[in-house]
Design a protein around this ligand. Structure first.
Ligand SMILES: CC(C)(COP(=O)(O)OP(=O)(O)OC[C@H]1O[C@@H](n2cnc3c(N)ncnc32)[C@H](O)[C@@H]1OP(=O)(O)O)[C@@H](O)C(=O)NCCC(=O)NCCS
Length: 173
């Protein structure tokens, strides 16, 4: 657990009973249900995940989900990521993703893939060229990766297998 002394935001792993709160964050941030349903579908299917929340007092302000992928050694998919609308732009999303990346690194994960805006993920160290070897339906400039272990994706290429819940061709962030 990490307490941000500037904003009193606590960054920590999600507890199992908090899935419903997390769904609300995604539903309000994305304004639709697709991303909101993903965490429940993935967690209940028993995938290996890192699920992190940003909490301000009793108020859940952010969530990010990292899910194990098949096809690359110790690789995770990041998404969905969301911060509630009235708390966006305060730096919470960036800190929450960095917190999740640190936990992943400590636990031996080697790389993380994400589909999202390079304007946000590029600042966190994600690069499209690191994801170039991945064969996925959503390949392109918004599909990016970060190495948690230097060189983890060097020379790698292959099919990345996502949990069914992600749905081939759906936008995910
Ligand atoms: C995208 C999202 C998770 C970012 O979280 P946030 O807490 O608002 O972002 P931060 O305040 O940590 O922003 C970090 C930096 O990225 C930039 N940034 C944030 N969102 C961005 C976006 N969509 N595109 C480009 N840059 C973005 C910010 O300007 C900021 O830059 P700065 O450090 O120079 O000020 C959040 O705004 C959100 O939930 N949006 C709706 C849902 C969504 O689109 N999620 C998908 C993620 S791409």
């Amino acid at each position: 657990m990490m307490v941000d002394t500037v904003h009193d935001i606590v960054l920590r792993e999600m507890a199992p009973g908090e899935l419903i709160l997390v769904e609300t964050i995604h539903a309000t941030a994305f304004g639709r249900d697709e991303e909101a349903r993903l965490p429940h579908a993935i967690v209940s299917a028993g995938y290996d995940v890192i699920s992190v929340v940003a909490v301000d007092g009793d108020y859940f302000v952010g969530h990010a989900l990292f899910t194990a992928l098949d096809g690359a050694e110790k690789a995770l998919a990041l998404g969905p990521v969301a911060i509630v609308p009235d708390r966006q732009g305060e730096g919470i999303g960036a800190r929450l993703v960095r917190y999740g990346l640190d936990l992943a690194r400590q636990r031996g994960w080697r790389s993380v893939f994400v589909l999202g805006d390079p304007g946000f993920y590029g600042r966190l160290g994600f690069r499209a060229n690191l994801a170039k070897g991945a064969i996925v339906p959503w390949a392109g400039p918004n599909f990016q990766a970060i190495e948690l272990v230097p060189g983890a994706l060097d020379g790698w290429s292959g099919v990345l297998v996502y949990p069914d819940a992600f749905g081939a061709g759906d936008e995910q962030d």
